[in-house]
Design a protein. Sequence first.
Length: 397
Amino acid sequence: MRQIASSGVGRYRAEQAKKDDAMQRFSFAKEGSDGKARVGVISTPRGEIRTPAFMPVGTAATVKAMMPASVRETGADILLGNTYHLMLRPTAERIDRLGGLHKFMNWERPILTDSGGFQVMSLAALRKLTERGVTFKSHIDGSKHEITPERSMEIQRLLGSDIVMCFDECPALPAERGVIAESMRLSMRWAQRSREAFGDRPGHALFGIQQGGLEEDFRAESAAALTEIGFDGYAVGGLAVGEGQEAMFGCLDFAADQLPEDKPRYLMGVGKPDDIVGAVKRGIDMMDCVLPSRSGRTGQVFTRRGVVNIKNARHADDPRPLDEACRCPACANYSRAYLHHVFRSQEIISSMLLTWHNLTYYQDLMQEMRDAIAETRFAQWEAAFHAGRAEGDIEPL
Ligand SMILES: [Zn+2]
């Protein structure tokens, strides 16, 4: 009797040790699928990330207008931080001295950082691109900087990022095939250098980024090069740069399939709610976008019945909530009239409440999709999603 009990304890301890060990690693488990859509869990030492996942953007070590605990309450498992912004101000070295980005911004769960490449291209001045990397002037104070694959890995390590992105280059579309191919091959050489500079860091992940514009053959070449190097996850880069939804979906129809089935797939910088639904349908597991938080500050609100502009005069006398079905504090405690008033008065609470609502809407959208995929009813769910939006906002009073 005693022996059975102690062997039971022993087995429990062994299982627990195995579990603890697994928790120290980065891993992805697919738990179900429906068509190409997948549901799963990414495990990291800082917690689990339920997929498909939407990552709110915390550019300057804050999701604007939100406290970290409130971001978590919306249902976010992971945030995105921007390497370019943080390296310029307050600098990665300073954040490292202060204990890393998680401690600095009071967010203990996983953080993904981008490589800085995309934002150098879109924000910095006097950019110069060479085989070695890119030099540029800061958009804040004009100071001169360089990012190479090695420096990008160093910055992201100093920040303490859980998911690190390869340093890459992405041409603006449309571009000639020759330009796209050359850029993609440079990014693949940088991916190799990123992999080598990243080294072996248990518990931290490095994601490769597929490039190749909208060209199927270049996307395949890029995916093969990345898979050969070997990464913990794979991003589809170079989309959502103005090509339009139809072209983006057309590309995702083949691009996602070219990436390894057993690793997370991340579509960078996407997007509007219907972009996200279309991406998940095509096999994407992770997304990020400033849209819900930025729109919250400009009075644009996402609901099950489409977009509502709170600044519109029709809301001035409306005692009803934004969205009756929503669990967020803006909908639970305030009327459209109040939200309209504080927006028009430019009160800070307006940005807080509308951002809270938008992030809640996005996270609830992800939860609904995870449930629908797990129960293999994604097509029905998607039809209802589009029908709700087609209905439009509730009738004015
Ligand atoms: Zn709400």
